[in-house]
Design a binder for this molecule. Structure first.
Ligand SMILES: C[S@@+](CC[C@H](N)C(=O)[O-])C[C@H]1O[C@@H](n2cnc3c(N)ncnc32)[C@H](O)[C@@H]1O
Length: 233
């Protein structure tokens, strides 16, 4: 998978992309991530990326031109390798990110992520370039950089071979519309709190049954809306 990110704050990405699983995924060649500084696609000597909104109002709006030029260049590059790019705008008005959307996007060979800033972007970018708008929740952040990082993290771990143990994806929260069961590790007793005996029993069938029941109980308590989406309910 290849991910191109268009931003006016490229340095924000360095610490996140160069740590942990996202870094390892790049080293293993599972994902290639390219950060594009929007200012590099401006045509004026001041590298101006924003302007006042037509019709008045507060704040600034990111201009169409550098965004169109950036996407054109990325698309041209990807067409050389015959890969179609899907352009995603990070935006509070978009579809709210969930595991289902993430799984769909993780199948793409190439994603272009556009990070807005200030009051947002010129509407023509949305109309002409954007294939999908993604929000990370019903709140407003100052820019699309953190949402883009959330999306990248969420997608990269879904790429086959990125997580060491393939089971670690199967039993996670939101799989089958359940939250994950409680997890414990050593020691078996800590400050007087014991790990449930069943987990120390070595009986794998019973452990599976216990985990399923606990996952359902926990989902009913914390996210009853998910249970309604389960098949057969
Ligand atoms: C201050 S916001 C603009 C909000 C816009 N004026 C509105 O009311 O819809 C600036 C940028 O941050 C990003 N952003 C803010 N909140 C977001 C969210 N919940 N999900 C995804 N992106 C978000 C978007 O890229 C947006 O263009």
């Amino acid at each position: 998978m290849r991910i191109d990110i268009i931003t006016i704050f490229p340095k924000m990405f360095e610490p996140v992309l160069n740590e942990s699983i996202i870094k390892r995924a790049q080293v293993k060649g599972k994902v290639k991530i390219f950060i594009h500084d929007l200012r590099d696609y401006t045509l004026d000597k001041h590298k101006k990326v924003d302007d006042r909104p037509f019709g008045g109002g507060s704040g600034m709006v990111l201009c169409s031109e550098p965004i169109f030029r950036a996407v054109d260049k990325i698309r041209a590059k990807n067409q050389e390798s015959r890969v179609k790019s899907k352009v995603v705008l990070l935006c509070p008005q978009g579809r709210k990110l969930d595991q289902k959307i993430a799984k769909k996007l993780a199948k793409q060979k190439n994603l272009v992520l556009i990070c807005g800033h200030y009051e947002g972007i010129d509407e023509r970018v949305r109309e002409v370039l954007v294939d999908e708008e993604v929000s990370i929740g019903d709140y407003v952040l100052t820019g699309g950089e953190l949402p883009a990082m959330v999306l990248v993290d969420c997608l990269v771990r879904l790429i086959p071979g990125v997580l060491g143990d393939k089971n670690s994806l199967n039993f996670e929260s939101f799989e089958g519309n359940l939250l994950e069961y409680p997890q414990y590790t050593r020691p078996a007793i800590y400050r007087g709190q014991r790990v449930p005996d069943i987990l120390l029993s070595g009986n794998h069938q019973k452990i599976e049954e216990w985990r399923k029941i606990e996952a359902i109980k926990r989902t009913r308590l914390k996210r009853p809306d998910l249970l309604k989406k389960r098949k057969g309910n």
